[in-house]
Write a protein that binds this ligand. Structure first.
Ligand SMILES: [Zn+2]
Length: 449
């Protein structure tokens, strides 16, 4: 019935091709051969004997690239596994993710990288890139052996979740990272200023009686790392920027030629700290949700290029972990499956961003920050593609969530725009589109030998 499924050679026709490189959305068709984009034509339909996936005016873009994902495996398989995390990624339109090092054991040994890579290939849902830890056990004291980590496949270095408090350690880490040509991703929060905090410090934290983390806790950390990047010449990437002050500093640093890039999460772009009124533990994140002024500055920073890209900081936590007093709940929310819909609904439908800009911020831009090959729509690259219906209205139900954890504050929310599925190396990897056209199984197509 869907005869292009499971085929190694087929056409995807009638789509609106969103090309992040040219910034244009044009009608066309794509020929997929052995997992690679073999041809792109401007016609709506093609005369062919090959199987045809008629994707009826859906948007077809390069698969999204997430450079900030917590897959939790090894060590926290009750929260997420490589299998469930990459299934969530595929459901959200992602064909590449960069996983963070705060697993157990920490990703500070080549063997852990090899384990993750092997598991990712077994799962076969999307590409998994690995960020190795900057310091041994994320302890912030002893620098890892970057040479061996890079040899094993690490593409970036990060103690994400922790700020490297010791500036001398961070300086040395940056010097070694530069030598090995690896970007350093920094989780910028001053450990002392955020200690015990539950949310953003401000009017809302006073009202709700929760201890707040001031904006400067992030800004002090961003400032130090920008100075160190300037001193060492290392490639610094600031994770999950959340304050107006950070945007200002990154802007100034870029103007001076400091090699710094930055990302922002869908939640920091769309959710305000005042929402914590209901004490929803799923709104508790690090850095915390901020106020309106910060959100506006983040959006402006994204528009003018100060912030390079969007990254989810997908952080699964088991239900039991979150069913405790607010101050004991671990920070983090899942994001892979809702990132596009949430941003499309809040930014594109409301006229703040063009669709192609959103696509660019989720594809070629994040890929460029880390130097990954994905995010392009052209002949000869792997057929990693996402199909999007920008008009479909839908409500997120918990039962739809593929991630092993359900810690999202967005359950029950109505969105406009929905991922229909992805092709990963030309193989169909999601269910919604298939369900509509014949209720195919939600399992991925069988792997080819
Ligand atoms: Zn972080």
């Amino acid at each position: 019935m869907i005869e292009w499924k499971d085929k190694r050679e087929f056409w995807i026709t009638g789509v609106r091709l969103a090309d992040p490189e040219t910034g244009k959305i044009r009608t066309g068709s794509v020929l997929v051969q052995k997992g690679v984009i073999a041809d792109i034509v401007r016609q709506k339909s093609v005369d062919t004997d090959l199987p045809v996936c008629d994707a009826g005016m859906y948007i077809c873009a390069p698969g999204f690239v997430d450079i900030h994902t917590h897959l939790r495996e090894p060590g926290y398989e009750e929260k997420e596994t490589i299998k469930t995390g990459t299934a969530a990624a595929a459901a959200g339109g992602y064909t590449s993710v960069l996983c963070m090092a705060n697993t157990d054991p920490v990703i500070d040994e080549p063997s852990v990288i090899e384990y993750i890579k092997r598991k990712a290939v077994e799962a076969g849902m999307c590409r998994v890139y690995v960020a190795a830890a900057l310091t041994k056990g994320l302890g912030g004291e002893v620098i890892n052996e970057y040479h061996f980590l890079k040899e094993a496949g690490a593409v970036a270095l990060s103690d994400d979740g922790m700020y490297v408090t010791n500036s001398q350690v961070m300086r040395s880490a940056m010097e070694y990272a530069l030598f090995h040509r690896l970007p350093v991703i920094s989780h910028c929060e001053d450990n002392f200023l955020v200690k015990g905090s539950q949310m953003n410090e401000g009017y809302s934290s006073t009202r709700f009686g929760l201890k707040g983390a001031p904006a400067v806790s992030e800004e002090i950390a961003v400032n130090r790392d920008i100075r160190l990047a300037s001193l060492t010449g290392a490639r610094l990437h600031v994770a999950h920027v959340s304050t107006a002050g950070s945007v200002e500093m990154i802007k100034a640093a870029k103007r001076k030629g400091v090699p710094v890039t930055a990302e922002v999460t869908p939640h920091h772009l769309t959710l305000e700290d005042s929402l914590l009124e209901n004490y929803d533990r799923n709104l508790k994140v690090n850095p915390p949700l901020r106020g309106r002024r910060d959100i506006d500055a983040l959006r402006a920073g994204l528009r003018d290029g100060t912030i390079d890209c969007i990254a989810t900081d997908h952080a699964p936590h088991h239900e039991i972990d979150k069913q405790v007093e607010f101050d004991k709940a671990p920070p983090g929310m899942i994001g892979l499956e809702t990132a596009f819909a949430q941003l499309h609904t809040e930014l594109v439908v409301k006229g703040k961003f063009e669709l192609i800009d959103l696509v660019r911020l989720m594809t070629i831009r994040p890929a460029g920050v880390i130097g990954l090959p994905g995010g392009r729509l052209k002949k000869g690259v792997p057929a990693d593609l996402v199909l999007i219906d920008p008009n479909e209205e839908w409500v997120l139900e918990r039962s739809m969530i593929r991630s092993k954890s359900k810690n999202t504050p967005l359950a029950g929310k109505r969105f406009t725009g929905r991922i229909q599925g992805v092709f990963f190396e030309g193989k169909w990897r999601s269910a919604i589109f298939s369900e509509k056209r014949g209720r195919e199984s939600s399992e991925p197509a069988r792997r080819h030998v």
